[in-house]
Design a protein around this ligand. Structure first.
Ligand SMILES: [Zn+2]
Length: 460
């Protein structure tokens, strides 16, 4: 629009000029070096325009001539670098495909074409790794540290090498350096959390966890639950860390935080109950155990509970159990707990009722059969029947313990990290004979109770 107006204005001015010159036909005389030129003003104007056009064309030609060599060499360079990047890409594809020979060939080509830019270092390192030459790869990664643009990639390469070699201290140092460059990297925060927690640096790990949660703030309900549990595991670790340096107040505080962050983490409840019992705080002990029992009954909660209630004999234990199991009356562990106390109190009827109820609920552990045998022996002196129960006990699944879901490592104490395979929060309370056999289906429902307990069935 503006151009159109400008064009109209120029045309108008030009035609006005032409008319003006025609209306004022003056003459121009030029004296110069013995020459004399007489002409009209309109001719002079036309000559001036003609010269201006010539000068413009000459200037263009001159520009082209002076720039030509640069343009030609630029085009050649461009072609070379394009070829170089094609070689680089093909090299990366070869690395991804695991073709070591092709990767080496392309890295050589890219190197020649691109003139050794920092980017080829990564390909060189990867090609070396593909050839199994970790030392050469390490040198390439280290060379990448010298360039600001490739420093992070170099650190990442060295970090993965250190992790593979299980050199956690070096890996930690490298990860911290890398995080200084890219503080928002979720991958790094994840690696740092794992390294710090698995080396027992729980205080640092909780900082990394916070960082991780900050980066990954768009979470759904499941990951919110997972995060709460992971936080609880970290607090558990901090309690252990405090205990190691003899800070007993911090030990209690962190275990309380752990239990409150995720009450479903039974190991925290067990440990907190033991701590409270040790500190002679019976009310707090009982409150923790009762809350945990309602969520997930575990026999390891019983010892601190008895201590808190000074339940030193069978009769007192029965009383304590009758109170505790009210929080979760239909759970097999509740029947087992009451049966155990009743056996100790020699309340045979109560023991039998609860053992049978536990069996009906599907409990089929060694301990259950041993208790049945004890009952036959002590109540009726029926060693024949007792033997049958003992026989069943021998082929029953192991009593539950803390079993690592990843590697099967069995422990009587829960630990935040599996000491065998170093997986976080991997142990669950179950029988070590296969997954989910802690309280499985066994002799159960149809067995003729007490009479012929020789029906041996195997767990799923
Ligand atoms: Zn394990």
């Amino acid at each position: 629009m503006i151009r159109l107006i400008l064009f109209i204005v120029i045309i108008a001015l030009a035609s006005w000029g032409v008319v003006w010159v025609a209306d004022n036909p003056g003459t121009v005389s030029l004296n110069w070096g013995g020459w004399r030129i007489d002409t009209s003003a309109s001719v002079l104007a036309m000559v001036a325009v003609f010269f201006a056009a010539i000068v413009a064309v000459v200037y263009r030609i001159w520009l082209f001539i002076t720039r030509a060599p640069q343009m030609v060499s630029g085009a050649i360079k461009q072609r070379r670098s394009r070829k170089g990047y094609v070689a680089l890409t093909q090299g990366m594809v070869a690395v991804a495909a695991g073709d070591a020979a092709e990767a080496a060939r392309q890295v050589k080509r890219a190197d020649g074409l691109l003139g050794d830019p920092p980017l080829t270092l990564l390909l060189k390192a990867q090609a070396a790794q593909l050839n199994g030459d970790e030392l050469a790869a390490e040198n390439f990664f280290k060379a990448m540290l010298k360039n600001e643009e490739t420093e992070f990639l170099g650190l990442r390469g060295l970090l993965s090498q250190a992790m593979k070699a299980d050199d956690k201290e070096t890996a930690l140092e490298l990860a911290h350096r890398a995080q200084a460059i890219k503080p928002k990297s979720e991958w790094l925060a994840d690696v740092l959390f794992e390294l710090e927690s698995s080396t027992g640096h729980w205080e640092l790990a909780s900082q990394s966890l916070k960082q991780l949660e900050k980066i990954n703030n768009k979470m759904d309900a499941t990951s919110a639950d997972e995060q709460a549990r992971r936080r609880a595991v970290v607090f558990y670790g901090r309690s252990l860390e405090a205990e190691n340096i003899g800070d007993m107040r911090a030990r209690t505080k962190w275990m309380e935080k752990s239990f409150n962050a995720y009450p479903g983490l039974v190991p925290a409840a067990i440990r907190l109950a033991v701590i409270y019992a040790d500190e002679n705080r019976p009310r707090k002990t009982a409150a923790v155990v009762e809350k945990a029992w309602a969520l997930s009954p575990n026999p390891q909660l019983l010892e601190p509970y008895y201590r808190a209630g000074t339940a030193v004999d069978g009769i007192k234990k029965v009383k304590a159990m009758e109170k505790l199991i009210r929080t979760n009356p239909d759970h097999p562990e509740s029947f087992m707990a009451l049966a155990g106390a009743a056996l100790e109190a020699k309340f045979w009827g109560q023991a039998r009722t609860n053992l049978d109820a536990a069996m009906e609920k599907g409990a089929a552990t060694r301990q259950l059969y041993l208790m049945q045998a004890q009952l036959e022996e002590e109540e009726k002196q029926d060693s024949q029947n007792a033997k049958r129960w003992l026989h069943l006990a021998a082929s029953a699944p192991q009593d539950p313990a803390w079993v690592c879901d990843d590697c099967g490592h069995v422990d009587s104490q829960w630990q935040p990290y599996c000491p065998s395979c170093a997986t976080l929060d991997s142990a669950s309370w179950r029988s070590s004979q296969g997954v989910g056999q802690g309280v499985g289906q066994g002799v159960g429902q149809d067995a003729d109770r007490g009479d012929t307990p020789l029906v041996i069935s195997h767990n799923g």
